[in-house]
Structure formats: C-alpha cells, structure tokens
Design a protein around this ligand. Structure first.
Ligand code: CDP
Ligand code: CDP
Length: 230
C-alpha cells in the first residue's frame, strides 16, 4: 500500500505526540517529534550560556549551529526514537519546565528553524512518516496527504502537562505550567518565521473532552480513509 505523510500541528499538550506515536505504530510508519529537536537546541543554548535569565547571546548561538549534533535513536523497548545531543541521551532533560520556558525564544530564531526544517524534510523524504510540531503542515510537509490541527482549552492542556511533570518527579506549580502553556501559545503563534497556524487543508481536532482511545480510533479512521484513496 502506498505510504503517506501525516503532519500533526497544534498547541502544547493537545496530545500531538501521543496520537503521532500511536498512528506510527499502527501503520508501521516512523514517528518524528520535531519539538524534541527545538528542545535539544535549547538545552545546548542553556548549558553553554547562550541564553538564560539575564543572557541573550543569540548571535553566538547561531554561529555554533553547524556544530550542534542532534540524532534520533530508536529505542526498541519504548517503540519510538529518543533524542541525543552531542552523543548523549537528553530525553529527560529536554522535557523539563525550564526548557519549556526558553524553547519558544530559541524556536523563533530563523537560523535555528532553517537547520531543523532541513533535517526534518530529509527524514520525511520517503514518506511513511508521522511528524508532530508547529509548522509541519505549513512549512515542513505542505504536501502531506493528512494534516491535523489539534486544539484543547488552555486549562485542560495545562492540567495534562502538570500531571505529566509531577509523574516525572518534577516539583512544579500548576500556575507556572499554565503560564508557560499560554506564553508558548502566544510566542509560537505570533513569531514572524513559520508561526503556528492551521495549515491549508488541515482538519481541526478539539480533544478538550475526549479520551485517548476515542481520539485514536477517530484519527486512525481518518488516516486509513486517506491511505485507501491513494
Ligand atoms: O510537547 P509540547 O507541545 O509542549 O512542545 P513541543 O512539541 O515539544 O515543542 C516545544 C516548542 O518547540 C514549541 O513550543 C515551539 O516553540 C517549538 N516548536 C516549533 O517551533 N516548531 C516545531 N515544529 C516544533 C516545536
Ligand atoms: O505532544 P503534545 O504536547 O501535544 O501532547 P502529548 O504529550 O501527546 O499529551 C500531553 C498529555 O495529555 C499526555 O499525558 C497525554 O496522555 C494527555 N492527553 C489526554 O489525557 N487526553 C487527550 N485527548 C490527549 C492527551
């Protein structure tokens, strides 16, 4: 059967990566978490003193971009690829609230986007890919056969992320998580370069009151219908 490209965009904690992983597994496709790449560059920038509470050395970060080594490595036990930065598995570090607080600033830098979009396009060149992010349907794969735009209320999304961070052992305040979700929504949707917006032809999917199983069955149905038409 002919493989397609599935682009999943939307706001933070709308369940993009959950549905993307489930779809990739069900279809035998590759899942790519584009956000992990922006998070890894942000970790690099923080660790090397290019950004911080009173630091904003974006030009210096841009100069180092060619030397930042990002790699996805498939984890058989988990069933999806994990992010490596300069040879080190950084999955845990990149999901922290601290990274979330800086990632949208780093992701607004054109040179950063250019580097990561090139890698992402290359990863999807043979189709059979489910990629989630903010500009997948608009910029990375504008010709994707299935595009989804995921939404849910900010409070619901913040509760989901808060629970996830607590489960991971991170001691956070709900109000800080909600503030971060709202800040990132704003920065991601208002930046000049590749703002988060519903791509042409994308199907909007609000899962504020929808459980994971229901969401999976509906979206898998959509994907199978598109694949059958190829
Ligand atoms: O999981 P969550 O939705 O919170 O975020 P993510 O997908 O890990 O993305 C983290 C951040 O990276 C976003 O808030 C964006 O600033 C940026 N990003 C982006 O600009 N473009 C993408 N394709 C993916 C992520
Ligand atoms: O990738 P994104 O940030 O959009 O979201 P995610 O990491 O897939 O989901 C964030 C959290 O919300 C996870 O713990 C999901 O299990 C949960 N979630 C949910 O409870 N109900 C949904 N319909 C979607 C996600």
């Amino acid at each position: 059967m002919k493989k397609i490209t599935i682009a999943i965009d939307g706001y933070s904690s709308t369940g993009k990566s959950t549905i993307a992983k489930q779809l990739a597994k069900a279809l035998g496709y590759v899942y790519v978490d584009s956000g992990a790449m922006y998070r890894a560059v942000t970790l690099y920038a923080l660790e090397n003193g290019f950004i911080g509470e009173e630091t904003n050395k974006i030009q210096a970060l841009i100069k180092m971009l060619p030397y930042i080594k990002l790699k996805f490595e498939f984890n058989q036990a988990l069933g999806y690829a994990e992010m490596y930065l300069d040879g080190k598995n950084v999955e845990k570090e990149i999901r922290s609230l601290r990274i979330s607080e800086y990632v949208s600033t780093v992701a607004a830098v054109s040179e950063v986007r250019q580097k990561l979009v090139d890698i992402q396009k290359n990863m999807g060149k043979d189709k059979g890919v489910v990629m989630d992010g903010r500009d997948i349907g608009t910029v990375v794969f504008p010709d994707a056969e299935l595009k989804l735009f995921m939404t849910a209320s900010p409070e619901t999304r913040a509760h989901r992320r808060y629970k996830e961070l607590l489960d991971r052992g991170e001691d956070v305040d709900f109000k800080d998580v909600l503030k971060n979700v709202q800040n990132r929504d704003y920065i991601d949707s208002h930046r000049v370069n590749s703002p988060l917006t519903k791509a042409e032809g994308a199907i909007e999917f609000d899962n504020t009151d929808m459980g994971l199983q229901d969401q999976f069955e509906r979206i898998r149905g959509m994907a199978l219908r598109v694949i059958e038409k190829q």
